[in-house]
Design a protein around this ligand. Sequence first.
Ligand SMILES: *Cc1c(COP(=O)(O)O)cnc(C)c1O
Length: 365
Amino acid sequence: MPRPIEALIHTDALAHNLARARRAAPQAKVWAVVKANAYGHGIERAYAGLQGADGFALLDLAEAERVRALGWRGPILLLEGCFEMRDLEACSRLNLWHTVHHEAQIALLAAHKTHTPHQVFLKMNSGMNRLGFAPSAYRSAWTRLSGLTQVDSITLMTHFADADGTRGVAEAAALFELTTRDLPGDRTLGNSAATLRFAHGQPEVGADWVRPGIMVYGSSPDFPAHTAADWHLQPTMTLRARLIALRDLQRGDSVGYGGAFTADAPMRIGVAACGYADGYPRVAPTGTPVLVNGQRTRLVGRVSMDMVTVDLTAVPDATLGSEVTLWGQGPGGNVLSIDEVARAAGTVGYELMCALAARVPTAVV
Ligand SMILES: *Cc1c(COP(=O)(O)O)cnc(C)c1O
């Protein structure tokens, strides 16, 4: 028998969350963001649930080729654009749309020999200060790009620094508006947080293409202000294992490496076949929520490479083989949001799903 751990990718939940993004920006076309191997879900595994998208956005040429290999003939966007001439050749060959965020990418395009002009996304820096032209340089970049025979159309793009935070998008969106006011072409502004929080009140944030990533995977972009359930999102990844040992502790017994947890009264614990080598965060402390037989309980002691230990006080019917839900959809319709686990570990749902380890057998359901 294989080690009792598996991940499930929930096709219906992906489709549901994608539809949720569409409802949040009903006028817009929707890029399903599938970078980082579909946020750890696996591009091939997530594909069935995401076929309702208008396009797929990602960073990596190899991933773009995988989307084409699945039979997708629609738009694919490279969010960081091209890094060298060979990438532009791949864009011509695979019909990939690409971001232009830097002078060097304009120079590359100008030198690229192609019979089919490209769809490019010209990115403005609206305060994130990672990629994109400064507002003062944006219009001249647009003018040079639009003069190239290699360019078919230019979509105007920015990415918000604080769509999930207290600053929100008002200032950045206004700067983008001002800079691009009379330029023709489609626009794309919103990631998940911007789309969920602001597209309704500020329609320009939801135009003309939105770029939801994390919400598609059932994690709330602004947890804990809103939970995934508040946003009507469903978990798309379940990580589950089984109990492979049970143990009764006496008062004073400690658990795991370093004895990081000590029982202050007699209690029963269980050992689940999931550890940090499976992608579960090693830093998750005692108290991190976990479900056993669908009942909520907590981690105790340190996460080790292949195992975690869980408190069974609240789960008297737990036995060898009981199901342990590390995150996602548990038995009896009980959900443990990846966002809660991430918070306990001092990180975000994004990081946990991206870190799902290759050794975990994964099924599409
Ligand atoms: C990753 C990414 C997104 C998606 O962001 P989420 O917060 O996951 O919705 C959108 N746009 C760009 C440019 C990105 O890099």
